[in-house]
Design a protein around this ligand. Sequence first.
Ligand SMILES: NC(=O)c1ccc[n+]([C@@H]2O[C@H](COP(=O)([O-])OP(=O)(O)OC[C@H]3O[C@@H](n4cnc5c(N)ncnc54)[C@H](O)[C@@H]3O)[C@@H](O)[C@H]2O)c1
Length: 358
Amino acid sequence: MVSKKIQIGLIGLGDMGLGHMECLKLFPHVAVVALCDSDKKRLKTASGRLKKPAKLFSSYQKLLAEKDLEAVFVSLPNFLHAPVGLAVLKSGKHLFLEKPLAHTVADAKKLLATAKKSDLIFQVGHVYRHSPFFQTMANRVAADAIGKPVLIWCHEFRQPFPQRDWFYDRKKSGGTFIEKNCHHFDLFNWFANDRPKQVCAFADLRVLKSGTKISCSYCPDGPKVLKKNNTIDNGWAMVEYRHGAKANLGLCMFVRPPREIWRGLELGIIGSNGKILIGNVDFGVMTLYGGSKKEEQMKIKNPHEGKWHSGMVEEHEAFLHAIRKGKKSLKSVQTAYDAVVLGAGAEQSAKKGKIILV
Ligand SMILES: NC(=O)c1ccc[n+]([C@@H]2O[C@H](COP(=O)([O-])OP(=O)(O)OC[C@H]3O[C@@H](n4cnc5c(N)ncnc54)[C@H](O)[C@@H]3O)[C@@H](O)[C@H]2O)c1
C-alpha cells in the first residue's frame, strides 16, 4: 500500500523557515506543497530550492485556506507567533511553531489554553529537547549520576543576532532573555526537574547600541548599521527552584570573532553527591567530575554534525511521527510556556531591579 504523503506548508522563509524546508527534504513521506512569506524575494528563493513546485502565498490567511494542507511550520518573528499560531490551529492544521512560544506571557497563555482544547499536534521548536546530547545529559541526571541538582549554570556567549530589525526591538522579540534564552531557561527547568520559585537578573545594553555595525555569520544579509536597539546585550540571570536548586545564566551577545563561539554553549550541574556534570553541546563533550572514579569523559556526537543543529532532524521526526500516529501531547507547549514565563521574569527583573516571583 502506498501511504499518502503528509502535505506541509511553511509560513516564514527567513533563516529558520528555509532551514526547516531543507530539513523536511530528508523525509520521503513529506510533501512541501505551500509556502508563504510577505517578502517576495524570500518566497522566490525558497520556491527555487524545491524540486516540485509549491503554491506560493504572500498572505498566511490564504495559505491556511488550502484544504489539503495537513500541517504548517511557522517561523515568523516572535510577535507573530500567537496570532498566526492560533490561526493555524483554528484552520484545523497541525502546528510546528518556532520558539519562543510567544513574545509575551499573555500571548503564550492564549496558545497554551488553545492547545489544551485542541486535538491537533502542536510542537514548539525547542530543538534541544530533541538533541541526543541533552537527552543523554538528562538521562545521566535522572539516573542519579550527581544526586539531586543543586547548582546549575549555562553560558551563552555569542555573536549578535542576525541583522534583522525585529530581533533588536523588544516589543517584537520579547527581549533577549525571551528570544534567545528561552532555550536555556527550558534546559534549567528540564534539569532541575522542578518548578521555579523566583528569578532575578542584572542586564543592560553595553555594546550593540543604535548606530553600531553588526553582522551574524549564519545570516545571509550583509553587515548592517543598527538603527535602533532596545534589547539587552549582556547580563546574568538567576533562578531559584521550589526544592532549592539554583540556576545561573550568563549571556553575552557581542563576542568576537563572530565565527567562533567562546567555548561553545556550556551547561553545568553540581549535584548533592558532590559531583559535577558539564556538557558542551557544540563540542559534543560531556564530563563527569568527582567521586571515587577517575574523571569520566563522554563524546556524544550529533549524528547530523555539520549539516543540522543538534536535535533538528530529531524534532522533525518527532513532529511527523506524532502526526502519523495521531499522538497528541501537551508537553512541548507546556514546557515552552514555562520557558517564556522565566524569560519574561528575567526581562522584568532587569528592567525594574526587583526579584520576580514566578
Ligand atoms: N530553534 C532555534 O534554534 C531557532 C533559531 C533561529 C531562529 N528561531 C526562531 O525562528 C523564528 C524566525 O527566525 P528567523 O531567524 O528565521 O527570522 P527571519 O527574520 O530570518 O525570518 C522571518 C521571516 O518571516 C517573514 N515574515 C514576516 N512577517 C510576515 C508575515 N506577516 N507573513 C508572512 N511572512 C512574514 C519575513 O519576511 C522573513 O522571511 C523566530 O521565532 C526565531 O526565534 C529559532
